[in-house]
Ligand binder design. Structure first.
Ligand SMILES: [Zn+2]
Length: 181
């Protein structure tokens, strides 16, 4: 199986990250001020999106490639197995001899649902929105993610989607899916 597909164009300018969170915090005082509700002040454990820099994750290349508009994952150089999510070691043979490969841009909706309430911190104003499982064409991979393009109640099982990289608003990158019909 080949995961080689035409690469997408970069999605646009790289957004410069905002100042470090510490600079947005209220000044120290005897009585702690309530945290601001900006995205920069999300408590780490409630932050829906992963940390992405080399000092934060060994999977930083996944995000570097997303910044180039490429959704990718790791493949084992020894047994050829394709992983999702990307790994630092092969779950089958445990080698760390992995390579990065681009994933196909197109897929189809296997299942979907809608978030109508209780969205993760920072996503509250996006409700309602659709999430789903996407079978990526030509791979054995089924990815979970947000589905954009159509209202959730107009989606259908089997509908075609494409992958999309986007800046979540603070300089970090993530992926989602967009309907193509
Ligand atoms: Zn392996």
């Amino acid at each position: 199986m080949s995961a080689q597909t035409p690469r997408r164009r970069p999605t646009g300018a790289v957004v410069v990250a905002p100042p470090p969170a510490a600079e947005t915090r209220p000044p120290e005082s005897g009585t702690p001020s309530p945290p601001s509700k900006t995205r920069e002040w999300r408590p780490f454990l409630l932050d829906f999106f992963p940390l992405e820099t080399p000092d934060q994750t060994r999977l930083h290349r996944f995000y570097d490639r997303l910044r180039e508009g490429r959704l990718s994952t790791t493949r084992c150089r020894r047994d050829g197995s394709l992983h999702w999510p990307p790994r630092t070691a092969c779950p089958t043979c445990r080698t760390e001899e992995l390579e990065w490969v681009d994933l196909p841009e197109h897929g189809h909706i296997y299942a979907f649902s809608a978030v109508l309430a209780g969205a993760p911190l920072g996503l509250e104003s996006d409700v309602p929105f659709a999430v789903g499982l996407i079978d990526l064409d030509g791979t054995p991979l089924r990815l979970f993610g947000r589905i954009e393009g159509r209202p959730w109640n107009e989606l259908r099982i089997g509908a075609p989607v494409r992958t999309e990289a986007y800046d979540i608003g603070d300089g970090r990158m993530f992926y989602r899916f967009r309907t193509t019909e």
